[in-house]
Write a protein that binds this ligand. Sequence first.
Ligand code: SDX
Length: 432
Amino acid sequence: MSEKLATLSFSDGTPSVDFPVLGGTVGPEVIDVRALYAKTGKFTYDPGFMSTASCRSNITYIDGDQGILQYRGYPIEQLAEHCDFLEVAYLILNGELPNQEQKATFVDIIKHHTMVHEQLSRFYSGFRRDAHPMAVLCGVVGALSAFYHDSIDIHDARSREISAFRLIAKLPTITAMTYKYSVGQPFRYPKNSLSYVENFLYMMFGTPCEDYTPNPVLTRAMERILILHADHEQNASTSTVRLAGSTGANPFACISAGIASLWGPAHGGANEAVLKMLAEIDDAKNIPAFIKRVKEKDGHAMLMGFGHRVYKNYDPRAKIIQKTCHEVLEELDLKDDKLFKLAIALEKVALEDDYFVKRKLYPNVDFYSGIVYKALSIPVSMFTAIFALARTVGWIAQWNELISDPDQKIGRPRQLFMGATRREFVPMNKRK
Ligand code: SDX
């Protein structure tokens, strides 16, 4: 079959040039413009990567118009219903769902990497108690590369594998320690008789005076939330991890870069921002005034937890989280939770408003997740840290894919230069 080509022609008489058109297994084709500069002396201009595929990937597929999300081909709805988080982590990392034996081995390995180097716990005392958990997380995860020198050889497959185990196993410990430090309680060591998620909740809420027995409904809810956040194609933080990884930086440093990128309110920080927004709106009677401010773009007001670069339809994760929200509030006898009711009312107003309809703005993963976290007694400032805990799996899988991709090169975009052209130096006494 002959190669499909795209022809670029110019209005100034420059000869036209052909570029190969590449097809994936599903999703839009891409035009391979790698030779564009060599052939024409021109670059593409695409701030925000609106039309740019930055890599080939086999991990996560999204169809934004249909509201479809699949990890390694499996629909997110099925994985969220039938799997636990470590099973999904195995799938994302290895490409296949584990059989019973593979799952047991994986869980066992992760369990035996949950403790952090004792000296790492002393790292925390350098932070203020009121530091934002994401600030602490960036620092402590970055510091892992100072503790685990034996697994930072990125060219050694075994070394990469061990650093992946370490990151997935230690993130719950580090995240829970971040919380404990902020409230002045002693750190809890991991308890390996518990599951991954139970252990996280135990390290968050157990104290030496009172043991914590995780509630199965709440554990399941957290399990599901972690699954929904585990990977999401080439989003901003994943692209940050890939860009950092393209320089040959070690995996702990790359994941720390991803955490920093996730923190922003336009990305993972939106879950915290949604709760702040709901608290500010306070009552359903104030929704019209808030929506008016958003539409008038008054003081950068935004409907947080709404809109997505890829989804121009309901984010499938938001649907699952909304259902989980119902289950959790029912279990905790909080059916009349004020924030949940307010969120439902706000969503309804927005989905019927022309401004949001025209721009195809729907609730995203962050719109309801905060209400579940809050019901689980997780403080608002910890929300994005839990997103980071879950996304670590996706970041590692994407980083691994980058390292083994023969097309991989250092990420180095170019620019459309709009500054001053060459001019001669003016001595100080001659400057106006
Ligand atoms: C995540 O990319 C991923 O996959 C991310 C993520 C993942 O799992 O990794 O899914 C996680 O980051 C979810 C998104 C969380 N962020 C928020 O909820 C913050 C609010 N949302 C927006 O900031 C925004 O919608 C983005 C950042 C999510 C998407 O931005 P785009 O694609 O660049 O779109 P845009 O900002 O250019 O918006 C297009 C129009 C603009 O209006 P006009 O200039 O055309 O008049 O829609 C408006 C925007 O002002 N708009 C909103 C809005 N989102 C977009 N207006 C009001 N409220 C909003 N939330």
